[in-house]
Design a protein around this ligand. Sequence first.
Ligand code: URA
Length: 293
Amino acid sequence: MSLKSNPYIKLNGGDFLYHLGIDTSQVNCKEIFHDVKFVCLGGSTNRMLKFAKFINENLNGNSEEPYNYAYKTDRYCLYKTGPILIANHGIGVPSLSVLLNEIFKLLFYAQCSDVIFIRLGTCGGIGVEAGTVVITDNVVNGELEPIFSYVSIKLGKRINITTTVDADLVREIYDHSSQNNSFTIVRGTTCSVDCFYEAQGRLDGALCDYTEEDRKQFFEKLQRNGVKNLEMESLGLFSYCHRAGYKAAMIAVALLNRLEADEPTSNIDMLKEWESRPFYTVLNFIRSKLDIV
Ligand code: URA
């Protein structure tokens, strides 16, 4: 048996998932990971450790320190609690793509089925207050097109992939998200770009070749097109997951309203509290899928 999306990858071929530090000839992937139904991803290692502990406590009722299956490397972390795999992906699509390739292979070796990917992210809100959780129902690039673009060696050309979001999954997450939450949750278009500074119209980067007026016009255009947030991974997430045959969703908390500021607040306690808000949204959704009240 080979991987649907790559005939060269064989089930019993043996593989070193280099960036996860997992050698499949040493680790019994099927025994450990076969029951995985959700893959939850976020940028930083500490936040995803916190999420793994949160899921352990709230879903399994235990306070054990989660085991890091990627302990041999400092690139990524990888935890498993019940049917939920949890990893960090770093910043931006290149870093995310490396992780996704190795997780897709891991799920293949473990012979998992019907797995849903969810990114629990942070973002800059467009006309939404800091602390608002945004569930992506449409994704566009910096030119406001729903296209993920990359250069492949296939014919040495740029490949453009139209990227869509699973409307049923969005509805399901949104419908369960309002339970027990005291914060605002909205649905909207996410604009996914490759830079935190220039591509997001910041005036406080080291490099800036546009004016305050250009910035204003950029945000007005985003608003006219229903964009609710800016971030750096969702186009890659939806595109890679679709190609590999997985459903995906994106839930991100706004660290600031970009119509008001460029810099997130320096109040660390407040940022930490905001960052944990998508945890509750995901918990409610996973509970509903696992039929836990
Ligand atoms: N992540 C981003 O990409 N942009 C922000 O403004 C905040 C988080």
